[in-house]
Design a protein around this ligand. Sequence first.
Ligand SMILES: [Fe+2]
Length: 266
Amino acid sequence: MPEKLPFVVRKYEVRSEKISAPVKFVFLTDFHDKEFDAGNARLIREIHAISPDAVLVGGDMVVSMHAKEESDDWLRRSRHLLEELRKDFPVFAALGNHEAALADEKRGIPACFEAYCGMLDDVGVTRLENSSADFRGIRIHGLAPDRIYYKKLRYRRLDKTVITTLLGDAPKEVFSLLLAHHPRFFAAYAAWGADLTLAGHLHGGMLRIGNRGVISPDPMIFPRYSGGEYHIGNRTMIVSCGLGMHTIPVRICNPPELSVIALLPG
Ligand SMILES: [Fe+2]
Protein backbone atom coordinates (compact mmCIF):
# COMPACT_ATOMS: atom_id res chain seq x y z
CA MET A 1 0.00 0.00 0.00
CA PRO A 2 1.44 3.42 -0.91
CA GLU A 3 1.98 5.72 2.04
CA LYS A 4 -0.83 8.25 2.65
CA LEU A 5 0.91 11.59 2.41
CA PRO A 6 -0.25 14.70 4.29
CA PHE A 7 0.02 16.61 1.01
CA VAL A 8 -0.75 15.96 -2.64
CA VAL A 9 1.81 15.71 -5.40
CA ARG A 10 0.58 17.52 -8.53
CA LYS A 11 2.38 16.83 -11.78
CA TYR A 12 2.62 19.21 -14.71
CA GLU A 13 4.21 18.91 -18.14
CA VAL A 14 5.36 21.87 -20.19
CA ARG A 15 6.67 21.41 -23.74
CA SER A 16 8.77 23.88 -25.66
CA GLU A 17 10.96 23.94 -28.74
CA LYS A 18 13.52 25.71 -26.55
CA ILE A 19 13.93 22.59 -24.39
CA SER A 20 16.49 20.17 -25.81
CA ALA A 21 16.37 17.45 -23.13
CA PRO A 22 13.83 16.64 -20.40
CA VAL A 23 14.32 18.34 -17.04
CA LYS A 24 12.31 17.57 -13.93
CA PHE A 25 11.86 20.05 -11.10
CA VAL A 26 10.19 19.81 -7.74
CA PHE A 27 8.58 23.17 -7.01
CA LEU A 28 7.78 23.95 -3.41
CA THR A 29 6.35 27.23 -2.24
CA ASP A 30 4.67 28.80 0.79
CA PHE A 31 6.22 26.28 3.15
CA HIS A 32 5.60 28.79 5.96
CA ASP A 33 7.57 27.00 8.64
CA LYS A 34 5.39 23.89 8.29
CA GLU A 35 6.05 20.66 10.15
CA PHE A 36 4.05 17.77 8.73
CA ASP A 37 5.84 15.25 10.94
CA ALA A 38 9.09 15.04 12.87
CA GLY A 39 11.74 16.68 10.71
CA ASN A 40 9.31 16.72 7.75
CA ALA A 41 10.57 13.22 7.06
CA ARG A 42 7.77 12.27 4.67
CA LEU A 43 8.13 15.44 2.62
CA ILE A 44 11.86 14.87 2.28
CA ARG A 45 11.35 11.18 1.48
CA GLU A 46 8.76 12.00 -1.18
CA ILE A 47 11.04 14.53 -2.88
CA HIS A 48 13.79 11.93 -2.93
CA ALA A 49 11.37 9.41 -4.44
CA ILE A 50 10.46 11.92 -7.19
CA SER A 51 14.19 12.28 -7.86
CA PRO A 52 14.13 15.71 -9.52
CA ASP A 53 17.04 17.26 -11.37
CA ALA A 54 16.69 20.30 -9.10
CA VAL A 55 14.39 21.81 -6.49
CA LEU A 56 12.85 25.25 -7.00
CA VAL A 57 11.62 27.29 -4.04
CA GLY A 58 8.95 29.87 -4.78
CA GLY A 59 9.29 31.98 -1.63
CA ASP A 60 7.57 32.30 1.75
CA MET A 61 9.60 29.56 3.38
CA VAL A 62 9.09 31.33 6.71
CA VAL A 63 6.39 33.26 8.53
CA SER A 64 7.61 36.83 9.00
CA MET A 65 5.62 37.26 12.24
CA HIS A 66 7.53 34.34 13.79
CA ALA A 67 10.91 35.95 13.17
CA LYS A 68 12.91 36.99 16.20
CA GLU A 69 16.43 38.29 16.36
CA GLU A 70 17.24 36.55 19.64
CA SER A 71 16.27 33.05 18.54
CA ASP A 72 16.51 31.26 15.23
CA ASP A 73 13.67 28.83 15.95
CA TRP A 74 11.61 30.53 13.19
CA LEU A 75 14.30 29.47 10.73
CA ARG A 76 14.90 25.95 12.02
CA ARG A 77 12.42 24.00 9.89
CA SER A 78 13.34 25.79 6.67
CA ARG A 79 17.01 25.22 7.31
CA HIS A 80 16.50 21.54 8.03
CA LEU A 81 14.39 20.98 4.92
CA LEU A 82 16.81 22.80 2.63
CA GLU A 83 19.85 21.13 4.20
CA GLU A 84 18.34 17.72 3.59
CA LEU A 85 17.42 18.56 -0.02
CA ARG A 86 20.82 20.09 -0.76
CA LYS A 87 22.51 16.79 0.10
CA ASP A 88 21.19 15.41 -3.18
CA PHE A 89 19.84 18.21 -5.36
CA PRO A 90 20.70 21.69 -6.61
CA VAL A 91 18.24 24.11 -4.99
CA PHE A 92 17.26 27.52 -6.40
CA ALA A 93 15.26 29.82 -4.13
CA ALA A 94 13.29 32.96 -4.91
CA LEU A 95 11.83 35.19 -2.22
CA GLY A 96 8.20 35.80 -1.27
CA ASN A 97 6.38 38.58 0.50
CA HIS A 98 7.26 37.17 3.95
CA GLU A 99 10.96 37.44 3.21
CA ALA A 100 10.33 40.90 1.71
CA ALA A 101 8.52 41.87 4.93
CA LEU A 102 11.59 40.96 6.96
CA ALA A 103 13.80 43.02 4.64
CA ASP A 104 11.66 46.16 5.03
CA GLU A 105 13.90 48.80 6.59
CA LYS A 106 11.08 50.49 8.55
CA ARG A 107 8.64 47.76 9.54
CA GLY A 108 10.65 44.59 9.11
CA ILE A 109 13.56 42.97 10.91
CA PRO A 110 16.47 43.40 8.51
CA ALA A 111 18.72 41.32 10.78
CA CYS A 112 16.32 38.40 10.32
CA PHE A 113 16.31 38.89 6.55
CA GLU A 114 20.09 38.74 6.65
CA ALA A 115 19.84 35.60 8.79
CA TYR A 116 17.51 34.03 6.22
CA CYS A 117 19.86 34.87 3.34
CA GLY A 118 22.83 33.68 5.39
CA MET A 119 21.04 30.39 5.99
CA LEU A 120 20.51 29.92 2.24
CA ASP A 121 24.17 30.65 1.61
CA ASP A 122 25.33 28.28 4.41
CA VAL A 123 23.21 25.48 3.06
CA GLY A 124 24.37 26.06 -0.51
CA VAL A 125 21.07 27.20 -1.99
CA THR A 126 21.29 29.51 -5.02
CA ARG A 127 19.37 32.62 -3.97
CA LEU A 128 17.62 34.34 -6.86
CA GLU A 129 16.81 37.86 -5.70
CA ASN A 130 16.23 39.78 -8.92
CA SER A 131 18.86 37.59 -10.48
CA SER A 132 19.10 34.58 -12.77
CA ALA A 133 20.99 31.32 -13.04
CA ASP A 134 21.45 28.80 -15.85
CA PHE A 135 20.63 25.16 -15.32
CA ARG A 136 20.69 22.53 -18.07
CA GLY A 137 19.98 25.02 -20.81
CA ILE A 138 17.22 26.77 -18.87
CA ARG A 139 17.48 30.25 -17.43
CA ILE A 140 15.86 30.43 -14.00
CA HIS A 141 14.95 33.94 -12.84
CA GLY A 142 13.86 35.00 -9.37
CA LEU A 143 11.72 38.14 -9.22
CA ALA A 144 11.71 40.08 -5.96
CA PRO A 145 9.62 43.20 -6.53
CA ASP A 146 9.01 45.97 -4.01
CA ARG A 147 6.53 45.16 -1.24
CA ILE A 148 4.00 47.59 -2.67
CA TYR A 149 3.06 44.97 -5.27
CA TYR A 150 1.97 42.69 -2.44
CA LYS A 151 -0.21 45.26 -0.69
CA LYS A 152 -3.61 43.91 0.20
CA LEU A 153 -5.48 47.04 -0.79
CA ARG A 154 -4.43 49.73 -3.25
CA TYR A 155 -1.54 47.66 -4.51
CA ARG A 156 0.54 48.93 -7.42
CA ARG A 157 0.11 47.16 -10.74
CA LEU A 158 3.28 45.43 -11.84
CA ASP A 159 4.03 45.73 -15.54
CA LYS A 160 6.67 44.47 -17.93
CA THR A 161 8.95 47.48 -17.50
CA VAL A 162 9.28 46.75 -13.76
CA ILE A 163 10.46 43.24 -14.54
CA THR A 164 12.89 44.50 -17.19
CA THR A 165 14.28 46.99 -14.67
CA LEU A 166 14.80 44.24 -12.09
CA LEU A 167 15.90 41.36 -14.32
CA GLY A 168 16.88 42.85 -17.67
CA ASP A 169 15.43 41.56 -20.92
CA ALA A 170 14.30 37.96 -21.15
CA PRO A 171 16.56 35.97 -23.45
CA LYS A 172 14.89 35.16 -26.76
CA GLU A 173 16.55 31.83 -27.56
CA VAL A 174 16.78 30.34 -24.07
CA PHE A 175 13.81 28.90 -22.14
CA SER A 176 12.98 31.35 -19.35
CA LEU A 177 11.54 29.98 -16.14
CA LEU A 178 10.42 32.81 -13.87
CA LEU A 179 9.91 32.31 -10.15
CA ALA A 180 7.42 35.09 -9.36
CA HIS A 181 5.73 34.60 -6.03
CA HIS A 182 2.53 36.53 -6.77
CA PRO A 183 0.43 35.10 -9.63
CA ARG A 184 -1.65 38.25 -10.07
CA PHE A 185 0.65 39.73 -12.70
CA PHE A 186 0.75 36.83 -15.16
CA ALA A 187 0.07 39.16 -18.10
CA ALA A 188 3.24 41.13 -17.26
CA TYR A 189 5.33 37.99 -16.79
CA ALA A 190 4.14 36.68 -20.16
CA ALA A 191 4.72 40.02 -21.91
CA TRP A 192 8.23 40.20 -20.44
CA GLY A 193 9.02 36.83 -22.01
CA ALA A 194 8.72 34.19 -19.30
CA ASP A 195 8.04 30.90 -21.08
CA LEU A 196 7.00 29.40 -17.77
CA THR A 197 6.12 31.25 -14.58
CA LEU A 198 5.89 29.40 -11.27
CA ALA A 199 3.90 31.14 -8.54
CA GLY A 200 2.07 30.49 -5.28
CA HIS A 201 1.14 32.99 -2.57
CA LEU A 202 -2.63 32.41 -2.49
CA HIS A 203 -2.44 29.01 -0.74
CA GLY A 204 -5.02 27.78 -3.22
CA GLY A 205 -7.57 30.30 -2.00
CA MET A 206 -8.06 28.65 1.43
CA LEU A 207 -11.31 26.93 0.38
CA ARG A 208 -11.53 25.35 -3.06
CA ILE A 209 -14.76 24.72 -4.89
CA GLY A 210 -14.18 22.61 -7.95
CA ASN A 211 -10.99 23.93 -9.43
CA ARG A 212 -11.28 27.43 -8.05
CA GLY A 213 -9.97 29.05 -4.91
CA VAL A 214 -12.54 31.10 -3.03
CA ILE A 215 -10.54 33.91 -1.47
CA SER A 216 -7.14 35.53 -1.95
CA PRO A 217 -5.20 37.41 0.76
CA ASP A 218 -6.08 40.71 -0.98
CA PRO A 219 -8.93 39.81 -0.17
CA MET A 220 -10.57 39.00 -3.47
CA ILE A 221 -13.37 36.52 -3.99
CA PHE A 222 -12.67 33.86 -6.63
CA PRO A 223 -9.25 35.22 -7.66
CA ARG A 224 -8.37 34.58 -11.26
CA TYR A 225 -5.17 32.62 -10.59
CA SER A 226 -5.48 30.56 -7.41
CA GLY A 227 -4.07 27.19 -8.39
CA GLY A 228 -3.40 25.14 -11.49
CA GLU A 229 -2.16 25.85 -15.00
CA TYR A 230 -2.90 28.98 -17.04
CA HIS A 231 -1.95 30.14 -20.53
CA ILE A 232 -1.53 33.38 -22.42
CA GLY A 233 -0.56 32.52 -25.99
CA ASN A 234 2.38 30.13 -25.72
CA ARG A 235 3.29 31.34 -22.21
CA THR A 236 2.37 29.16 -19.24
CA MET A 237 1.92 29.87 -15.55
CA ILE A 238 1.61 27.14 -12.94
CA VAL A 239 0.28 28.26 -9.57
CA SER A 240 0.89 25.90 -6.69
CA CYS A 241 -1.54 25.76 -3.78
CA GLY A 242 1.57 25.65 -1.59
CA LEU A 243 2.49 23.58 1.42
CA GLY A 244 1.70 25.70 4.42
CA MET A 245 -0.49 28.42 5.85
CA HIS A 246 -0.35 31.12 8.52
CA THR A 247 -2.50 33.66 10.39
CA ILE A 248 -5.82 32.01 9.42
CA PRO A 249 -4.95 28.32 9.48
CA VAL A 250 -7.71 27.13 7.17
CA ARG A 251 -7.49 24.87 4.14
CA ILE A 252 -10.77 23.24 3.07
CA CYS A 253 -10.89 20.89 0.07
CA ASN A 254 -7.45 22.31 -0.52
CA PRO A 255 -4.68 19.95 0.56
CA PRO A 256 -1.10 21.19 0.77
CA GLU A 257 0.63 20.76 -2.57
CA LEU A 258 4.05 19.69 -3.74
CA SER A 259 4.40 20.36 -7.47
CA VAL A 260 6.44 18.43 -10.00
CA ILE A 261 7.21 20.20 -13.25
CA ALA A 262 8.51 18.24 -16.21
CA LEU A 263 9.96 20.35 -19.03
CA LEU A 264 10.01 18.41 -22.27
CA PRO A 265 11.20 19.05 -25.82
CA GLY A 266 8.34 19.79 -28.14
FE1 LIG B 1 3.10 34.86 -0.10
